[in-house]
Design a protein around this ligand. Structure first.
Ligand code: C2E
Ligand code: MG
Ligand code: MG
Length: 428
């Protein structure tokens, strides 16, 4: 009915039509408005489990419920399972409750949670940023299952400002070398010596000081800019290696972190090959770390990528094994040379006290071994943890006990120390 302004699946407005209509209403400023943003929890999983036809039905059902509960308002499906409603501020919360209750009453056989975020824009605000804020509020309760709606607040605004700063300044930060790379030692437990290092990006911003990778990596992933950082980090690693090699200094294999998105966003294999060849670095010196949280859609692209890297002579490692729910499947579906056990294996429980914890670690270890992979434990902080890992047969370990991320010069100073001594020092 609404032609190109309407979403073909649900008949709701498209993003463009929503922005135009609600933007006009907001500017007119006749009354107070709210933007409500809706998102279904685990919609991808739902599609996987029940099929796309059932997934489409749910989306249509939500559209029907929204239209019934907000009959005179502007309603859109922005993309996938993201819905927005532009409505009266006074009744928004009550109406959100009604939408959720109605949806849940229709599906008592499956767990569906339709999260909502709310933002009250003033009449001079841009409707797009109002939508971003409502979405941010909605995203903020993704992991908090005790509530199903949330109002935007200023803390989120700071988060948004930080995200904006990261996105606006990525190029400047790379060009001016505010972003650098540090290396964390990885130790082979049978010899006690540093056998490899992991390259980790650091952002020292002139305005904000140290920005943590925990902040800039997820932001760059969310806005699909992560490949720029990863290619930059790779080039810096190659440059550091070339310089040391030219100076006749020793080198250790280095693992670099790639995001699974890199495989979609650029020809990441080509970029790495280029950096490696320009700097004349043997491929066996470079390992690729990929984190395990891969969704079904990424599988083919990622699997081809992993196979190609391995065929070219790079080792491919699985990072953060055990941090997501799909660990076992990922091990089954991909070929990795080394599996890095997430630090939560060690930190979530006291391995000296808990027999169950030991059982979990050692059975996962045997499984990785059976599949022909080496096992590395991340986040080792104490001598007791190290002793335990050694006793059950881990190949390698990494963590503050051996050293925090540091420069290559510092790594080799540390390495010289470990040549004669057993590792007893802490890296703090
Ligand atoms: P990761 O690859 O699992 O890296 C290990 C993280 O654990 C690093 O945090 C490291 O500093 C920290 N760590 C190491 N040992 C210990 C320990 O004993 N205790 C504790 N509590 N922490 C330890 P960092 O550098 O903040 O990096 C966080 C994550 O950001 C990394 O996790 C990696 O996933 C990502 N990352 C870092 N640099 C890059 C990059 O250049 N590209 C991409 N795509 N991701 C990166
Ligand atoms: Mg890593
Ligand atoms: Mg890790």
């Amino acid at each position: 009915m609404r032609g190109e302004n309407s979403d073909t699946l649900t008949g709701l407005f498209t993003r463009g039509a929503f922005i135009e209509r609600s933007g006009n209403l907001l500017q007119d400023g006749e009354k107070g408005y709210a933007v409500a943003w809706f998102n279904l929890d685990n919609f991808k999983m739902f599609n996987k489990r029940f099929g796309f036809t059932r997934g489409d039905e749910i989306l249509k059902e939500i559209a029907g419920i929204l239209s019934a509960v907000f009959p005179d308002d502007v309603i859109a499906r922005f993309s996938d399972d993201n819905f927005a409603v532009f409505t009266d501020w006074a009744s928004v919360e009550m109406n959100i409750d009604t939408v959720q209750e109605y949806l849940y009453s229709l599906h008592d056989d499956v767990t569906l949670r339709l999260r909502a975020g709310i933002y009250f824009p003033s009449d001079y605000e841009d409707i797009r940023s109002a939508c971003d804020r409502a979405k941010l509020a909605c995203d903020s309760i993704r992991k908090n299952h005790s509530v199903s709606s949330c109002m935007f607040h200023d803390g989120m605004s700071r988060e948004l400002a930080l995200q904006q700063h990261i996105l606006d300044n990525l190029n400047t930060a790379m060009n001016n070398e505010y972003i650098t790379v540090l290396y964390q030692p990885i130790v082979r437990l049978s010899t006690g010596k540093i056998c490899e290092v992991e390259a980790l990006a650091r952002w020292n911003d002139p305005e904000l000081g140290q920005v943590s990778p925990g902040e800039f990596i997820p932001t760059l992933e969310q806005y699909r800019e992560i490949h720029k950082l990863d290619v930059y980090a790779m080039k810096r690693v190659c440059r550091d290696y070339r310089t040391r090699s030219d100076e006749g200094l020793p080198l250790l294999p280095v693992s670099i972190n790639l995001s699974r998105l890199d495989f979609e966003l650029c020809d990441v294999i080509h970029e790495i090959e280029l950096a490696v060849m320009l700097n004349n670095i043997p491929r066996r010196m470079i390992h690729i770390e990929i984190t395990e949280s891969v969704s079904e859609e990424d599988m083919t692209v990622l699997n081809l990528g992993i196979e190609k890297f391995r065929a070219l002579g790079y080792e491919v490692w699985m990072d953060d094994f055990g941090s997501g729910y799909s660990s076992l499947n990922v091990l089954k579906d991909y070929s990795f040379d080394t599996v890095k056990f997430d630090m939560k294996f060690l930190h979530g429980f006291d391995i000296n006290k808990s027999e169950k914890a030991k059982y979990i670690i050692s059975s996962n270890l045997s499984m990785a071994r059976l599949m022909g992979m080496q096992a590395l434990a991340e986040g080792v902080e104490t001598a007791e943890q190290l002793e335990y890992l050694r006793s059950i047969g881990f190949d390698k370990a990494q963590g503050y006990y051996f050293g925090k991320p540091m420069t290559l010069d510092e790594i080799f100073a540390l390495e010289r120390g470990t040549e004669t001594a057993e590792i007893t020092r802490s890296g703090h």
